[in-house]
Design a protein around this ligand. Structure first.
Ligand code: NAP
Length: 686
């Protein structure tokens, strides 16, 4: 008998001794059993508690950067072992190209979050959001927003079509946020999720309780959830609605569900243009990658009425040229089966629903296709789950079914439109989509469509001759950008850079004194204790430097000759610096004024400690504002205070952000900015 797939629970592998009712998962091409699934006897509440206790504790001991470094280690291990994941994915019907989006896509998500985590998050445990809000005139009462991690467990319920990418897109941000994960993969591909979890477990680097896997049903899950937990669901809109209703109050439930995505051929993209070719090529890719089992696949091709025949003909040619249906283990196969025979039956049922609503099959048919078997023989495959690519045509583009029915296979419909307003209306009839693409080289078309459709989509891709080769494609969410969409698409936002990390955290407004906010955030706030004098802070390594360490500079008087020298030297002879009469006529200046960049340069000269030491480089300024003009005869000085210290995990140095304030002889603020430096962790101090 086929083995029961183990779950990874409380840091160990677990499976029921036996369960005669265990569900059998079969090979998508041959129908042979692959594994059985059962969680009979699993103590799921104990697993959740393990995440909330051990997982929270172990992840909580790490900073964002330490977690990010681990994500990279995980990515490298999966990268090394990806052939094993490709081989398993073939059993679920995935070709090598399909695995690029799932396996390589998943690994890419880990790499991206690792790098974004280290670049965009502090090496700390709290994330400070937005600027300081002064709440009192004297600066003694401030407000600031912070994010802290949710105290519970992230339960991630995934769809069958992306057992690697779909799971890792949720695991990575949860892990980075410091929230432990329980993964519940979809049954038909649970063995692929089990494989990547096993690979991570085998690294020995997973913090205890940070990742658990349930390979099978989770009947008592929702009753065991509580405030501080969150559920990230990916799957069909129907299941999402059912599970959302069971979610206890206070538990965050987000969903990425099916969506009836659209792709619009612009009126300018007539046959013969590069945009037309790119459009047809993209449509083919979207219909056939993963045999069309992608939540982002194009379901509705919205095409100028006059171009419908040309699109159908061009697509038909491409399908004939490029699509070889069969077992992904056979050479030359470009499209595998859908995941199971149940799924194939479901696709057939949905295509019939489209036909009942007035759709005509323009390309392909519902008959089981002849396919290439693993041994290279061609013939019928009654045990396999094969479906041919199908294009359905609708004379009435407003037929409700075409905007509602998801045939989750290699199926799209083509809809004619007469005006851009009509095209936009058709897109929006999808009721909220993950993505719409628009093939156009005309910015006016792009602007008009964007204005009308953006609010109905999580992502909009504009395809033109300039990016048709470099575009990541309609169907490929990228970890840098929002993935999710409004309405029917589920309203989720589980992928999308640091936003997705913050989704696993709670934003809280903090109010208090500068001293208190400094202590709470680890970031120095103006008004908190500062330590001028003593050893110059540029002589202190990261090990010695403390936030609040400060330099108060000497003063420097600005002369007209300095302004003229700077103007000649740089070539910046703007009239405000060179022409008294014209400058005085300007509403902002009393007469000729010093260049802002002269003041910033002088400030550097005033605060610097020049000898070689722990400060390695200045890598920029941020938030520079010139506040008060400086006239000849004025005197300036600068105060520089260590504001934020971010040691790098994998380097011998880190970043120091310095608060810089230039003032004049009347103590008015002339300029404010942050100076960014790289500073050695140890040594080199004098
Ligand atoms: P599904 O049938 O809705 O199942 C999704 C997940 O929910 C599976 O893991 C399933 O587990 C689980 N589930 C079902 N009932 C449950 C319950 N009572 N308690 C806890 N979990 C439960 O969807 P699917 O067939 O796997 O995936 C295909 C659908 O997902 C398509 O409609 C597609 O458009 C959508 N999708 C959306 C996205 C997106 O990002 N928006 C991505 C991929 C797919 P079992 O398999 O064990 O039943």
């Amino acid at each position: 008998m086929t083995d029961i797939l183990p779950s990874y629970i409380r840091d160990g592998w677990w499976a029921p001794e036996e369960d005669p009712d265990a569900a059998v998962v079969r090979d998508a091409s041959t129908g042979e059993p692959v594994v059985r699934l059962s969680t009979r006897g699993l103590d799921l509440p104990a697993a959740l508690d393990h995440a909330r206790t051990a997982g929270q504790e172990r992840l909580g001991a790490l900073t964002f950067h330490q977690r990010a470094v681990l994500l990279k280690e995980f990515a490298l291990v999966l990268q090394e072992r990806k052939e094993e994941l490709y081989a398993l994915s073939e059993r679920a019907g995935s070709t090598r190209r399909d695995s690029l989006s799932d396996v390589d896509g998943g690994i890419g998500v880990l790499f991206t979050y690792s790098s974004k985590g280290r670049r965009e998050l502090p090496n700390a445990k709290v994330y400070v959001d937005g600027p300081v809000e002064p709440l009192s005139k004297d600066g003694s009462f401030l407000g600031r927003h912070v994010y802290t991690r949710l105290p519970g467990v992230a339960v991630q319920i995934n769809a069958f079509n992306f057992p690697v990418w779909g799971a890792l897109e949720k695991f990575a941000p949860a892990f980075l946020a410091g929230v432990p994960t329980v993964v519940k993969p979809a049954s038909p591909t649970a063995y692929i999720a089990e494989a990547w979890v096993r690979m991570l477990v085998e690294t020995g680097r997973l913090p205890a309780g940070s990742l658990q896997l349930v390979s099978g049903p989770v009947p008592d899950l929702f009753g065991a959830l509580r405030l501080g937990d969150l559920v990230g669901f990916t799957g069909s809109a129907t299941t999402a609605a059912r599970l959302r209703a069971q979610t206890p109050e206070g538990v965050r439930f987000t969903s990425e569900t099916d969506s009836i995505n659209a792709s619009v051929l612009g009126p300018d993209a007539a046959p013969g243009t590069p945009e037309f070719d790119a459009y047809v090529k993209q449509l083919l890719v979207e219909m056939t990658t993963k045999a069309g089992q992608k939540c982002t696949a194009i379901r509705r091709a919205i095409v100028p009425a006059a171009a419908v025949d040309a699109v159908v003909a061009a697509l038909g040619e491409k399908i004939a040229e490029r699509v070889v249906i069969g077992d992904p283990r056979a050479a030359g196969v470009t499209m595998g089966p859908v995941v199971s025979r149940a799924q194939r039956d479901e696709v057939v049922r949905q295509v019939r629903a489209l036909q009942d609503a007035g759709g005509r099959l323009l390309l392909g048919s519902l008959d089981a296709p002849e396919v290439v078997h693993a041994d290279g023989a061609v013939g019928p495959a009654p045990e396999g789950a094969f479906v041919a690519p199908i294009l359905v045509g609708f004379a009435d583009a407003t037929a409700p079914a075409v905007h509602e029915v998801e045939a989750f296979g290699p199926v799209a419909s083509v809809l004619p439109y007469a005006s851009l307003a009509e095209a936009a209306d058709l897109v929006d009839r999808g009721g909220g989509s993950l993505v719409t693409s628009v093939a156009t080289n005309d910015p006016d078309v792009a602007v008009e469509l964007m204005t009308r459709i953006a609010a109905f989509n999580g992502r909009v891709l504009f395809l033109s001759r300039e990016n048709s080769r470099t575009s990541t494609g309609h169907g490929a969410p990228v970890p840098h950008l929002v993935h999710g969409g409004p309405g029917r698409a589920g309203g989720g936002e589980e992928l999308g850079g640091i936003r997705a990390v913050l989704h696993h955290m709670q934003r809280t407004a903090l109010q208090g004194s500068p001293e208190m906010l400094t202590a709470l955030t680890g970031v120095w706030h103006a008004g908190a204790e500062a330590r001028p004098g003593g050893t110059h802070p540029f002589r202190r390594s990261l090990a010695e430097l403390r936030i609040g360490d400060q330099v108060v500079s000497a003063t420097r008087k600005v002369g007209l000759d300095d302004i003229e020298t700077f103007a000649r030297f740089t070539g910046d002879t703007f009239y405000a610096h060179m022409d008294e009469e014209a400058a005085a006529a300007n509403p902002f200046f009393p007469g000729r004024v010093a260049h802002g960049y002269l003041l910033v340069s002088w400030a550097a000269g005033l605060f610097v400690d020049p000898a070689p030491g722990p400060v390695l480089a200045n890598y920029g300024l941020e938030n520079l504002r010139f506040v008060t003009p400086v006239s000849p005869g004025d005197e300036i000085r600068v105060v520089l205070t260590a504001k934020q210290i971010t040691p790098r995990e994998t380097d011998e140095y880190g970043e120091v952000r310095w608060d810089a304030v230039i003032r004049n002889q009347r103590d008015e603020i002339v300029a404010t900015y942050d100076v960014l430096t790289l500073v050695a962790k140890e040594g080199a101090s004098v």
